[in-house]
Write a protein that binds this ligand. Structure first.
Ligand SMILES: Nc1nc2c(ncn2[C@@H]2O[C@H](COP(=O)(O)OP(=O)(O)OP(=O)(O)O)[C@@H](O)[C@H]2O)c(=O)[nH]1
Ligand SMILES: [Mg+2]
Length: 164
């Protein structure tokens, strides 16, 4: 790779309506909550990780509207207070969305607290597999969530480089 080349990674961001997908994308790119409406079709933002690496995050509001392209990873956004049914539906979305061997990261959005299931229980109900990642983020704690999400972005890039 030449010095001026930028490598672009595409990550599919899915999850139930109101899970906080757009919030996640906007917090990462603008550092603020800008979108208040339901995403129609798909929504896309780019995160510049370093001078050689850009990550495109593409949010889709339903598995029927996935932008047709190749993704290196899928981030499943799940409310940390998800009910049993919401966890099952989220898992089904993930199974539908997966095309090949994309990396999987579950991102629990902890805006409502974890009233139904613990982190461990949720992971078990989602049947998290070896090699997947799972993190919990609280967007009101900016320093903490930024570091956690940065690690996931770096993990995504590192894993896709070593896999090729
Ligand atoms: N304060 C706060 N508000 C949040 C958080 N996550 C989501 N919201 C709000 O909850 C609502 C739904 O969040 P979105 O990010 O639009 O949800 P989405 O997953 O993109 O939903 P769809 O596009 O409809 O599928 C919005 O009004 C957000 O501002 C959060 O972590 N903190
Ligand atoms: Mg949205």
């Amino acid at each position: 790779m030449g010095n001026n080349q930028v490598k672009i990674y595409s990550v599919l961001v899915i999850g139930l309506t109101n899970a906080g997908k757009t919030h996640f994308l906007d917090m990462l790119t603008f550092g603020g909550d800008t979108t208040k409406s339901h995403t129609v079709g798909w929504y896309e933002t780019a995160v510049v990780l370093d001078e050689h690496t850009t990550i495109n995050l593409i949010e889709t509001s339903s598995v029927h509207h996935i932008k047709p392209m190749q993704y290196c990873a899928i981030y499943l956004i799940v409310p940390a207070d998800a009910t049993f049914e919401q966890l099952q539906t989220s898992k089904n979305m993930l199974l539908h969305a997966r095309q090949s061997n994309e990396l999987i990261c579950i991102i629990y959005n902890n805006r409502g607290g974890a009233v139904n299931f613990s982190f461990k229980e949720r992971n078990r109900l989602l049947q998290i597999q070896r090699g997947w990642a799972a993190i919990e983020v609280d967007f009101s704690d900016s320093n903490k969530w930024k570091n956690t999400v940065l690690r996931v972005l770096q993990w995504t890039v590192a894993h896709n480089n070593s896999a090729k």
